[in-house]
Design a binder for this molecule. Structure first.
Ligand code: C5P
Length: 223
């Protein structure tokens, strides 16, 4: 394959994008770009400041001054806000819902897109999200769309809470994931959909290695 390509991985929550994306980036020695983290960071900082996430005027004032430090490599995508790395705090259900709210605002989508395109200016990236192959990198050399049954995706999300003393029930997580899917698929701005030309992989019955192998095989055959 041509060196320093752009590879996109889109799909709904829990489809396996971030795990697969990181593995792919590592095996190709590319940068891994986690677009969802940027939406989460916007939501987290706005919530901390008590801002109304639904108000474009309020968000328009906040966004230009929000400058998280971003460090991306093959192993991960790290965000530092006010000098401190944010990790689990941007993964809570509250921040997930907040991320889906701010993700509806065109100005926030533009802000995220500009950061991602700057990080990908030299190619050599695996970008994971909901609109990477459609709106952010329509010119990408390789596009994947991962999907899986709702129950499987909710079970994977539940795994993320296994250390938590008070994990939500499977039904709660299923409702949450479904609501987020609906919001992501029906918004006006860059809705979640299969990008034209993307290879669709149903990961319901596949483990991470199998999905990564499948993607690498596609890349080798197309490249
Ligand atoms: O992927 P993750 O669960 O971290 O994304 C959080 C939320 O950010 C998603 O539910 C979606 O609303 C939004 N998002 C988006 N476009 C992306 C990545 C994430 O709208 N490219």
């Amino acid at each position: 394959m041509g060196k320093r390509a752009i590879i996109t991985i889109d799909g709904p929550a829990g489809a396996g994008k971030s795990t697969v994306g990181r593995r792919l980036a590592q095996s190709l020695d590319y940068l891994y770009l986690d677009s969802g983290s940027l939406y989460r960071a916007v939501a987290w900082q706005s919530l901390r400041r008590g801002l109304d996430l639904d108000d474009p005027g309020v968000m328009g004032e906040f966004l230009p001054s929000f400058k998280p430090e971003i460090k991306a490599d093959g192993a991960g995508f790290h965000l530092f806000i006010d000098g401190r790395e944010v990790r689990e705090e941007i993964r809570t259900p509250e921040v997930s819902r907040g991320a889906s709210m701010v993700a509806k605002l065109p100005m926030v989508r533009r802000w995220v897109k500009e950061h991602l395109r700057w990080l990908a200016r030299n190619g050599g990236v695996v970008a994971d999200g909901r609109d990477q192959g459609t709106a952010v990198f329509p010119e990408a050399g390789f596009k994947f769309y991962l999907d899986a049954a709702l129950r499987t995706r909710a079970l994977r999300r539940l795994q993320d809470w296994r250390q938590n003393n008070d994990p939500p029930s499977l039904e709660e997580v299923m409702r949450d994931v479904e609501a987020r899917d609906r919001q992501d698929e029906t918004r006006d701005e860059a809705p979640l959909k299969v990008p034209p030309g993307a290879v669709v992989v149903d990961t319901t019955d596949l483990n991470v290695e199998q999905v990564v192998e499948r993607c690498l095989a596609e890349i080798r055959s197309l490249g």
